[in-house]
Structures are given as structure tokens and as C-alpha cells.
Design a protein around this ligand. Structure first.
Ligand code: LIP
Length: 301
């Protein structure tokens, strides 16, 4: 499953839909994601307050989420004024070009708030409509691990790479993956109690069949960890396009697969990711667990 939908394979590396300069889009995503990552680290206030909340009292936005998104929007608009923009925080806009920039200014905001070094800036150039599952595709993107300085980057057909200080760029390639019972699986939980209740019921049925879970707190870093082999697979309910878009391409360019619960495009209802065979086994296990989990108000949403 390509990042987004079933669009045809690229004619050749670097030439994406509508004749886009994919290496150039990747370079821009890497540049602005890295700059925003430096901002959130270097200018983090000593006392970091919650500016507002969204879906619940624990779904927080800090002043740095907004400053990061403002920086990303300004830099991207200056570089490509005709492109659209969709960020996790308010302030999206449609564009006149085939490209929409889909950004998460701080993915892992709660980690950032608590000073836990697992948060990222995610910047993706997508074509299509990112508000409709299966109707969009990431063509270039970058995930900047702000606390660690690592940078994951990819463009369609160009492979997936990770850059770390003091080392040459390393190409990422998922392995075959272990048996399910040996798999270290990332997951996460939503901010609303009824969603978490259902997620816990699913996890109760998944956990005995895998090695263990890791709850890192950033979907973008989870997916990049799968691309690098630091996790074997990942699943989570409740992700938005901005959590997913850039890291999905990184994992796909590393040979991984990302689908929804039924095997189609991932969407809010579920994301399952990993090497092809393991991803299918995990998807099947999560689908069975979801069918058995007590139906809650969230199940109707
Ligand atoms: C986070 C996701 C993570 C999820 C968290 C949160 P945010 O995004 O990346 O996978 O488990 O609950 O949604 O809100 O930090 O941008």
C-alpha cells in the first residue's frame, strides 16, 4: 500500500505525479523540519505552559506547538507560495498547486511537555486530498527527531534515509520481521477515556500473542522506528494525516507496508505497519481483537 492510495508506481525515481521535483520537495521538507526541531528545543521556555486543549483535558497544545507550526507555514509559503497547507494546529489553507504540505509541528506533544526525549517535527508533501483516506499520497517528507537530532527523510522512489550527527546518511530497509510471538510492537492511545477503554480491550487481546509493546508517544517516530528495525511493527487507532504522512513514506520507501484494519488505506480507525508478512499477521490479530473488544460509544464513531 503506497503512502496514501493506490496511485500507479512512479515512472522513475524522482519524477512524481504532475512532474514534481521530488528530491527538491524532500530537501525542503528536511530543511524546514530541522529548523522547526531546533526551535522547539532551543527556545523551549523554562516554564512550558499548556496554551489550550483540544479533544480532552489531556490533549494539549503548548505555545511551542503553535510557534513551530507558524514557522513551518511561513517557510513553506515563502518557498512554494501556491501549495496548500494542513497542520495539526489551526490555520490550514487550500493551494493552487498539486502539493499540500501536511505537518505535525510537534508529534509527541505530551512527551515534549514532560521533557521526555521522544518528539518530532513531521513535514510531508502530499498530492490529493489529505482529509479523505485513500485519496492522497505522500510524495516527499521528513521527520526530525527534535530531542535526538536524527532526521528521517524520503521521496517517492528515492529510498528512505536517516541522518545523524557524525555519521553518513544511512539507507533504511526493513527486514523480513520475526514471527508475531517474537515481535516488539509499538502502539499508542488516544486522549478520550472511551477511546482508551476500547484500545485497552484490544491490547488485552493482542499482548499475549507478541513479544511486548512499546508506547513511545509519537506515531511519526514509531513508524520511523519500524523502518529502522528498532520496532518490528506498530498499530494505533486515532491517527490523523499529520501524524502519519511523512513517516508512512519513510517506512514504505524502506520496504514496509501501512494499511488500515481491513487492509485498505490507513485512516483514523486504525493504522497497522510493518514488514509485509509480519504486518499482515499483526493486522489479522488486531482485526480479530477489535471484533472481540466490547463495543463502546467510540465503536460507533
Ligand atoms: C500523538 C501521536 C501518538 C499518540 C498520542 C498523540 P500528538 O500525537 O503521535 O502516536 O499515541 O496520543 O496523539 O498529539 O503528540 O501530535
Amino acid at each position: 500500500m503506497r503512502p496514501g492510495g493506490q496511485l500507479p508506481a512512479p515512472e522513475r525515481a524522482g519524477s512524481g505525479p504532475a512532474g514534481l521535483d521530488l528530491p527538491g520537495l524532500e530537501a525542503l521538507a528536511a530543511e524546514v523540519a530541522s529548523e522547526a526541531a531546533r526551535l522547539v528545543v532551543e527556545e523551549r521556555p523554562t516554564r512550558l505552559d499548556v496554551a489550550r486543549t483540544k479533544s480532552s483535558a489531556t490533549d494539549v497544545v503548548t505555545v511551542m506547538d503553535q510557534r513551530s507550526q507558524d514557522l513551518l507555514r511561513a517557510r513553506l509559503r515563502a518557498a512554494r507560495p501556491d501549495d496548500g497547507f494542513l497542520g495539526e494546529e489551526e490555520g490550514g489553507r487550500a493551494g493552487a498547486s498539486p502539493v499540500t504540505w501536511v505537518v505535525d509541528p510537534i508529534d509527541g506533544t505530551v512527551n515534549y511537555l514532560y521533557g521526555i526525549p521522544s518528539y518530532a517535527v513531521s513535514v510531508a508533501a502530499v498530492v490529493g486530498d489529505p482529509s479523505v483516506p485513500g485519496a492522497w499520497e505522500t510524495v516527499a517528507g521528513a521527520v526530525a527527531g527534535a530531542a535526538t537530532g536524527e532526521l528521517f527523510r524520503a521521496h517517492r522512489g528515492g529510498g528512505a534515509w536517516v541522518e545523524r550527527a557524525g555519521a553518513p546518511p544511512a539507507r533504511l530497509q526493513v527486514g523480513a520481521g520475526p514471527e508475531l510471538a517474537q515481535a516488539l510492537v509499538g502502539t499508542g492511545f488516544g486522549y478520550e477515556a472511551h477511546v482508551r477503554e476500547w484500545q485497552a480491550a484490544v491490547l488485552l487481546r493482542v499482548l499475549p500473542s507478541i513479544r511486548d509493546i512499546r508506547r513511545i508517544g509519537s506515531a511519526a517516530l514509531d513508524l520511523c522506528a519500524v523502518a529502522e528495525g528498532a520496532l518490528d511493527a506498530y498499530f494505533e487507532r486515532g491517527l490523523h494525516a499529520w501524524d502519519l504522512a511523512a513517516a508512512w513514506l519513510v517506512l514504505a520507501e524502506a520496504g514496509g507496508v501501512v494499511t488500515g484494519l481491513a487492509g485498505g488505506p490507513p485512516d483514523w480507525s486504525m493504522v497497522v505497519a510493518g514488514p509485509p508478512d509480519l504486518q499482515e499477521r499483526l493486522r489479522s490479530l488486531v482485526a480479530e481483537a477489535a471484533a472481540q473488544a466490547p463495543r463502546t460509544r467510540q465503536a460507533a464513531e
